[in-house]
Design a protein around this ligand. Sequence first.
Ligand SMILES: [Zn+2]
Length: 387
Amino acid sequence: MFKSLSLTLSFLIASAPAIAVERPPQFVLLAFDNCQENQSWKQVSDFLDQMNTGSKDRLRYTFFLSATGLLADPVRHTYTDPMGRTGKSNINFGGGEDEVIERVRWINKLHRDGNEIASHAVGHFPGQDWSVAQWRHELDQYDYIINNVASINGLKGDKAKAATLAFSADQIRGFRAPYLQGGKNLIQVLGERRYAYDTSDSNQGWEPTTWPKRFLEALGGKGLWNFGLGFLTLNATQITEADLKAGLPRQKKSIKLPAMDYNFCYRQTGGCAEKDPFKAEQDKDAQEMLVGYLNYFATNYNGNRAPVHIGHHFQQYRGGSYNRALMRFARAVCGRPEVKCTTYKELTDYMEKLGTTGRNQVQEGRFDKAAPVSIEELVQSAKLASE
Ligand SMILES: [Zn+2]
């Protein structure tokens, strides 16, 4: 009798940890990488304007900006990459000077509206094996470009004014490595500088209900926040590159992958080639991604409220179907009570206030739970959410 009572009690204690902290908001971090195409700047800007009409704080994005977009093609050789070459990049340079000026206008507008501009380096190279000196060089080049867009592009007068960013490099506090390939030397170099967080680590994300931690390597554990992308486990239609070549059909099975448009494109089409072999199924495939995102949100919202991290690109993979699905996701979740669809800077501020003890308590879910949201309800509201 006594024994079974104590067992029951210990079960209750284990399943409902004592309340220790105030319930945290559900942070949702929606970010874009590269950020080159002016048409996509317009699309995200229009969407933010719609979302924030009436309730100003419904949605903010973080933009991981590649600095190549700020160098017009004729001045591409002013950039020296960490391998010592000039004028090279794995993504486009800025195009004509008018395109650069238009890009700066969008960046300044969205920055003014409270969105965050963070760094995605300059040349879009995989830097996993770079030395400390090579990373320092790349980040120096980045800062130089941010601070001198007009003069590097040889612009004068009104054009120079229009091509000047409304912020300086030292206000940029966040980083995401191209191809998510950063590594230890990157973390050291970011830690030496003004950076507050890095979002390149794809290991911590293997458990999507993980509250962020700091990188232990940097500054004795007091350094950068590690905001890695969430990894999802879901049933999705997929094919390998080899099976695609062999003419085999796609299969639906369980996969684990980061919450990123490119990764869905890659797995669902066997390589994410520009010419989509499954064009007729773009929206159906994007729907699988959307349901994966909604499950990610519901699990965390109903659980320990660990932040939801999703990364997309300005490039419109598969006819823009993934980015349209992301907009449906934002409409379905952003603006709900206790949900903050906001910038990494705001998450950084929250984590700093929470402190290590608070972070460990929310990780364990030691707070009073809210009424749960059902996945059916979320799927329904995502269906109702127009593009
Ligand atoms: Zn990128």
